[in-house]
Design a protein around this ligand. Sequence first.
Ligand code: ADP
Ligand code: MG
Length: 147
Amino acid sequence: KVLPYFTCGKIIKGFGRGSRELGIPTANFPEDVVKSLPEAVNRGIYFGWASVDNGPVYKMVMSIGWNPYYDNTEKSMETHIMHNFNRDLYGSVLKVCIAGYLRAEMNFNSLDALIEAIQNDIKQASEQLDKSEYKQYSDHPFFQNQE
Ligand code: ADP
Ligand code: MG
């Protein structure tokens, strides 16, 4: 059993797919964090918890897919935190707990269909995370400040 899986790293610049313009920014982990992901964590959409610079713990949805920068030969991890930061988070430390699996990756015929699917993912993820079986991880010692 590989979940829950805890990891952290500095937020790096993505590939400018304009997700922020769509209202769905995704924070990207650097290569070393992605490389250390266990083989058993397959591609797909996951849900869990996230904090930025040891701040409050928020719900998140994460896409684990293929990184176009490396000709889709390397995995990528993109986290949408369910909080309005109103600022860039580049260079900040992102801590995540990947708590559960939502669905497999899909292809979409239109941008509207993609956005609709992501909005639905956010809703489903939020509902799952309210269950005690997943909620318990939001106050896991992993998220407590360490100096
Ligand atoms: P990039 O291609 O660089 O990943 P995005 O358009 O996906 O750009 O925007 C992601 C960036 O937006 C993150 O790296 C972070 O700095 C910022 N950001 C602001 N709010 C959030 C949020 N709620 N979740 C994730 N990233 C956020
Ligand atoms: Mg992004």
